[in-house]
Design a protein around this ligand. Structure first.
Ligand code: PEP
Length: 257
């Protein structure tokens, strides 16, 4: 049985005091989350402070990125071991902003995924099509290429520790959410693809989050889709009440799953 997983991607927002205040408010509010896993992913410089603020609560910490090498001359980068040292459980990899603004390829995302798993982090591997790709009917092709590239060489056993986030690029930060049917269609295709590449049992167990303008109002209908196992939340995760309402939607739906 897959658990819902709600994660907040704070991106390059907040200052130290704001990050600690938000983390504390989420930790305080997320008391009876039951079958829902929760994480916040602050800017890396605030990971330590945020990990301290959520200590002892149901809220885990994730990073927004990492590098694939364990150490060395990689100015500005952080290794998986460093993130573990900061008490991270998760790391977001291949977010569309990193793919499309910072030029990350599937090959690099794949190396990072291997490094994260080898170190014991849970990678949240993001995939998603651009608007022009959807309009050209290429959504399934784009997703297949990103999955095949990003997960190359990952074993079935390792896949059990991978979270996939389907984030249509046109829905991220735009206020334009995929309809529940659009999200479900891609999630079902993703699961079929994983079943073909691995096996049905592993595919059935993989947590697939939806991301793209999820908010307190639309979360319940997105999470109600049978193959949508949670949300990667950007903008709405910066307001404790909104993020907690999204978690609550998951808590309520988890009972009926
Ligand atoms: C994201 O950052 O992954 C995201 C989905 O952002 P937003 O919720 O703001 O669209």
């Amino acid at each position: 049985m897959r658990r819902f997983f709600i994660a907040g991607n704070w991106k390059m927002n907040l200052d130290r005091a704001g990050a600690v205040a938000l983390a504390s408010a989420v930790a305080k509010g997320a008391v009876e989350v039951g079958a829902v896993d929760v994480a916040v992913c602050p800017p890396s410089v605030y990971l330590d402070a945020v990990a301290q603020a959520v200590r002892g609560s149901a809220v885990c910490v994730g990073a927004q990125n990492m590098y694939s090498e364990p150490s060395g001359a990689f100015t500005g980068e952080l290794s998986a071991a460093m993130l573990l040292d900061l008490r991270c459980k998760y790391v977001i990899l291949g977010h569309s902003e990193r793919r499309h603004i910072l030029g990350e390829s599937d090959t690099l995302v794949n190396k990072k995924t291997h490094a994260a798993l080898a170190a014991g982090l849970v990678p949240i591997v993001c995939v998603g099509e651009k608007l022009e790709e959807r309009e050209a009917g290429r959504t399934a092709d784009v997703i297949r290429t990103q999955v095949d590239g990003s997960l190359a060489g990952i074993s079935a056993d390792q896949l059990r520790r991978v979270v996939i986030a389907y984030e249509p690029v046109w829905a991220i930060g735009t206020g334009k959410t995929a309809t529940p049917a659009q999200a479900e269609e891609v999630h079902v295709d993703l699961r079929k693809l994983l079943a073909a590449r691995y096996n049905a049992d592993v595919a059935e167990g993989v947590v697939i989050q939806y991301g793209g303008s999820v908010n307190a109002k639309n979360a319940a209908e997105l999470l109600a889709q049978p193959d949508v196992d949670g949300a990667l939340v950007g903008g709405a995760s910066l307001k404790a009440d909104d993020f907690l309402a999204i978690i609550q939607a998951g808590v309520e739906l988890a009972c009926g799953r």
